[in-house]
Design a binder for this molecule. Sequence first.
Ligand code: S5P
Length: 449
Amino acid sequence: MQQREDFLLKAYELGIIKFGNFTLKSGIESPFYVDLRPLSSSPQLLKTLANNLLELADDAPYDLICGVPYAALPMGTTMSLASGTPLIIKRKENKGYGTKRMVEGVYEDGQNCLLVEDVITSGQSLLETIDEIEREGLNVTDCVVVLDREQGGIEKLKKKGYTVKTLFTINEVIEILHRYHRLSDGELSRVKNFLNNPPAPPEVKRVPLEQKQIQHPVGKRLVDIALKKKSNLIASADVITTAELLKLAEEVGDHVVALKLHTDIIKDFSMDFIENLKKIAKEKDFLLFEDRKFADIGNTQELQYKEGIYKIGSWADMITSHVIAGEESLKVFDNVGVVAIVEMSSKGTLTDDYYIGKALNVAESAPNVMGVVAQRKVSDDLLLFTPGVNISTSGDNKGQQYNTPERVMRGYHTDFMIVGRGIYQSANPKEVAQEYQSLGWAAYEASLS
Ligand code: S5P
């Protein structure tokens, strides 16, 4: 007993739990914050912790130990060293090359693995890790956890048949800290009150289009058109002749805010065609959006943008560009709204969370970027464009993945949805464009309330 309390007080000195006002990832305001990672800064405490966790797992049958990444990795390692039980390591992401294994180490089918977790809240990350370990042919029966935040995680795991043992509950932690005068009476009751009546996460409200702080003039034009037409639809005209494209522009023009093109797939491209298309765009009030997806150094991108047979810079209102070459490379796009690709819709895309974060930094610091292409809400300041929308199918056999207008508007708070084959391959593109327009706008309006 005393030993546990000593351990906790020393861990507290290291800063594993702080009291005050903290905004959690969920948006909830919490009076305390727990982070067990500083424990690794005290080898002595880490050893004590490992021994305590091993004691908890005394009756558990196991041949291997695995810590849930990342916080429990050093805990699992120390338990392995102290007990002589081999460690396996679960990756957070598949490294995408080499063996493509999600679990590293030497193990055999049917071996039993003890899982170690630092803090259990909803139990979600522990369940995900168990699932991946089991998919490797291993068995999981027991888990040991340092701290239970008492928010239903343990019950969830028990229901699924797992045995979970915890060293401390959050209530025990605050009682001990209070008893040893690390926590005042007022703080104790504040934390207890929070734990007894956990607040629901705040609802993320969508900012209506007319209230968005759009800086870019093309962004403002696009929003004006959207409000006037009651449309958040961009049709992707991925057809390969100018005749088909002009016909499509006439048919869908009234229902879209922009027509997205891949001019390099058109067999008979000419600047005359562009003049005709511009006339339709003017008459039907939509913007021309060239989906060139630039991805080179600034100088090359400038040549691709201004020269060649397409002379994109002379007619496009908007373009797409990757940001892989960095912020300076985007400067060459003048007189146009740049939509930065930060996440792609296709299966197996390399645009993981890490990439998105870095790509957003570039996009947000380039003044000519008006929006981003992504499959989720990533930025408050930039317009969000989401391709991969189709009401009749969930994907193609080339990696494309589809969502419904409802999902992208209500779930992701997308500003503009991009629909290609769903419209231009339909029997009646005009009618279908109108259908997407009303579905998209209704879902947008529903997402406001
Ligand atoms: O991640 C992306 C980005 C884009 S711009 N995924 C996409 O599908 N796109 C484009 O959107 C793609 O190049 C195509 O022009 C359109 C989707 O077409 P659909 O036929 O699959 O709807």
